[in-house]
Design a protein around this ligand. Structure first.
Ligand SMILES: Cc1ncc(C[n+]2csc(CCOP(=O)(O)OP(=O)(O)O)c2C)c(N)n1
Length: 408
């Protein structure tokens, strides 16, 4: 596993000598942002040729269209008190969907919490989105997580966990495992993509995860979504250097900065990163530059920390509208069919929502299963206390006291 230490170079530094004493400038490295499509959905004259075929392009667009409608409807459901919490990916649809589209379906996804479009692209069904948000008995997580904390073995999508940054070292470890498995089976490895916000990149886990992946040659794409804010903290108060991408150099890994509003550019960037990761067993850091157009979550009110003018400015630069314009110009999308499809999706989403909210909640007894082989005493005691509490206040819970008495 470990490389042989070089006798000539025990510090593992490749350098030349200098006889002039000076600071290295923080501007020594300013990473350009890769672009292909302009705001009107036209290719820049200098842009490289796109490798995105019509079928994949339409699948990306359909996913973005679906996620916009789902997000809009679920936020409204939260406002109506039907679900407890929600997070939208408004403004980041291209960045998330096009990056997943550039992967193999068997590649693993470790997401932060705003990447529902990745799961939708992989075919996660609408009723399971709803079951998770309503914590009903059909939820794959058995109702034990907050809304939007999706997870699916079938879709190679690791379950979301709220503490920021935990997915980063986990993704490094998972990708290292993928590499070992592939070498045992003598085949090309799959890779892992790990999404996180620029705010999460301030966590210690970011540094641990990237260093670990670089040193152990793990095929993982670290996908930093720089959307300008970590809740109310603007990027200008989060880091002093040139964004997140430049940090890759410090870990000895390759980096790409990409315009996250540009579907074509994100697709090509992740395709290149994936090719590199699986061919050379190396991590790559991508920084995608977009803007979080929505509030951080349903609990947040951005008017306290940014102006309407700022939001309007970025709203005009919509990733979905830009890609739609490209598809129309290509002759791949008919505008009136698109409008009709939106109507149909709105209806499907509403029907699924209404159905999911009437499905029973999971069995209370499942609350403490699946983590330990034998339920430890402290969990058993908490579970017993909860049952007594529900029996005392039956009207406050969706579980009937007769069901609990049956289980006694
Ligand atoms: C360890 C930890 N600290 C703080 C929080 C609270 N928190 C939740 S989201 C968030 C901001 C994250 O911002 P960013 O990573 O940029 O992602 P974005 O929400 O912009 O997509 C914070 C501070 C948390 N969940 N976990």
């Amino acid at each position: 596993m470990s490389k042989t230490q070089s006798v000539d170079n025990p510090n593992n530094i490749n350098t030349s000598d200098t006889f002039t004493l000076d600071f290295v400038s923080e501007n020594a490295l300013s990473i350009p942002s890769f672009k292909m499509l302009n705001a009107d959905g036209e290719m820049y004259p200098e842009a490289q040729k796109s490798s995105l075929d019509k079928t994949t392009a339409l699948k990306i667009y359909e996913t973005m269209r679906f996620i916009r409608i789902l997000d809009e409807r679920m936020l409204a459901a939260q406002r109506q008190g039907r679900i407890s919490f929600y997070m939208q990916c408004l403004g980041e649809e291209a960045s998330i969907t096009a990056s997943t589209a550039a992967l193999d379906d068997q590649d693993m996804i470790f997401a932060q919490y705003r990447e529902q479009a990745a799961l939708a692209y992989r075919g996660f069904p609408l009723d399971l989105f709803m079951s998770q948000n309503f914590s009903n008995k059909d939820d794959l997580g058995k109702g034990r997580q907050m809304p939007i904390h999706y997870g699916s073995n079938k879709h190679n999508y690791m379950t979301i966990s709220s503490p920021l940054g935990t997915q980063i070292p986990q993704a490094a470890g998972y990708a290292y495992g993928q590499k070992l498995e592939a070498s045992i089976q003598n085949k090309e490895t799959n890779c892992t993509i790990c999404y996180f916000g620029e705010g999460a990149a301030s966590e210690g886990d970011f540094h641990a995860g990237l260093n670990m992946a670089a040193v152990h040659n793990a095929p993982v794409i670290f996908f930093a979504r720089n959307n300008g804010y970590a809740i109310s903290t603007p990027a200008s108060e989060q880091f002093k250097g040139d964004g997140i991408a430049c940090r890759a150099v410090g870990y000895g890994m390759k980096a790409i900065r990409v315009d996250g509003v540009d579907t074509l550019a994100v697709y090509e960037a992740v395709k290149l990163a994936r090719e590199h990761a699986v061919k050379h067993n190396e991590p790559v850091l991508i920084e995608s530059i977009a803007y979080r157009l929505a509030a951080h979550s349903s609990s947040d009110d951005p008017s306290g920390y940014r102006s309407k003018d700022e939001e309007e400015n970025f709203r005009a630069n919509c990733p979905v509208a830009r890609f739609r314009a490209y598809l129309v110009k290509q002759g791949w999308l008919d505008e009136s069919e698109d409008e009709a499809a939106k109507e149909q999706i709105r209806k499907q989403v509403l029907d699924a929502l209404k159905a999911a909210e009437h499905v029973e909640k999971p069995e209370l007894s499942e609350l403490v299963t699946d983590v330990y082989d034998d339920i430890p005493n402290h969990l058993q005691q908490q579970y017993e206390a909860l049952k007594q509490h529900i029996l005392k206040y039956p009207d406050a819970y969706p579980v009937t006291s007769s069901r609990i008495e049956e289980q006694q």
